[in-house]
Design a protein around this ligand. Structure first.
Ligand code: MN
Length: 318
């Protein structure tokens, strides 16, 4: 069963618009990273995300269900691109996770990745449909070259650019304690695996914190692209641990910003980071009044008492 979940998205520090979208609608989770001129990228990712949420896939389950959801998203984005000249040629990546009991099905198109954190290790479980990954697989590029390749954002498959799309879908047996991440390349281009793992492990009890700290790390790393992270954890069926905070009744779509979507503008990054470290050092419960405020209060009262005494003496002496 699902033990907790969260999602966060941010424009980053270089882009003017956020063309990413995400879905946090348990048992369904997804990230879409749109592309296209003007505002078309935003239209594509939001249409695809909305399609996921309101498509009834009937009695389908597992890979068949996830594939059919992504294909429906493909139909909708493609149809819009064909009828609205302003969005011609638009497309989006789409990476979806569906939790059914003890199994997690992943389906994806493009280079938004899914990761599994298990037993202290971070494993990328999707294979990017990207030019750079093709070059890497055929031995034409080294991993180091791939990381800085000027065309590393070129994808080889997208949702919406063609009438049909090939979806990679597979199922994993989940284990208690697993944390799954789905993220756009704005995270993975800016933060290395070691740091992603470190932040997940450090805050794993609070997935909201996980997603926010990953977004902050990507901004610290340059924030060159939109950054989106969705996280969910697997708990034991008998586990009564409460969910960190329910997203169940928001619409969970980026674009209709969810109340708990944490956006971190560049100028507030240091604040967020500061807050992070303070929160860690501080006890779980916050005092209603800080020690500094208490000292100020006592000093103010002493000053008032002193003033009253002076006035009293002055009054008596007159
Ligand atoms: Mn991107």
């Amino acid at each position: 069963m699902i033990g907790g979940y969260a999602g966060a998205t941010d424009t980053g520090r270089k882009r003017r618009r956020n063309e990413d979208a995400y879905v946090v609608a348990p048992p369904l989770f997804a990230v879409a990273d749109g592309m296209g001129g003007a505002q078309a990228g935003e239209v594509a990712s939001k249409l695809a995300a909305a399609a996921l949420e309101d498509t009834d896939s009937g009695s389908l389950a597992g890979p068949a269900k996830v594939t059919s959801l992504i294909q429906e998203a493909n139909r909708r984005v493609h149809e819009r691109a064909n009828t609205d000249p302003a969005t011609s040629g638009m497309g989006t990546t789409m990476t979806v996770a569906l939790v059914e009991g003890e199994t997690v099905t992943i389906g994806h198109v493009g280079d938004s990745r899914a990761y599994l954190v298990r037993d202290g290790k971070l494993e990328q479980i999707t294979e990017d449909h990207s030019l750079v990954n093709e070059l890497l697989k055929s031995g034409k590029l080294s991993r180091e070259e791939a990381e800085t390749h000027p065309q590393r954002s070129v994808i080889t498959r997208a949702v919406g650019t063609d009438p049909d799309v090939d979806v990679d879908a597979f199922t994993l047996e989940a284990q208690q304690g697993d944390v799954f991440l789905i993220c756009s390349d704005g995270l993975t281009d800016m933060v290395d695996d070691e740091d992603i793992l470190d932040l997940v492990e450090r805050h794993r009890g609070d997935l909201d914190r996980v997603t926010r700290s990953l977004v902050a790390a990507a901004n610290r790393g340059g924030g060159e692209d939109n950054i989106t992270v969705v996280a969910f954890a697997i708990a034991d069926a008998g586990d009564t641990a409460p969910m960190p905070r329910s997203h169940a009744d928001d619409d969970t779509l980026a674009g209709h910003p969810a109340v708990d979507t944490m956006v971190v503008p560049p100028e507030q990054i240091d604040e967020v980071l500061l807050d992070d470290s303070q929160a860690e050092a501080a006890p779980v419960r916050r005092e209603p009044i800080s020690p500094a405020a208490r000292v100020r209060l006592v000093l103010t009262m002493l000053a008032l008492l002193g003033l009253a005494a002076v006035l009293l003496v002055w009054g008596l002496l007159r």
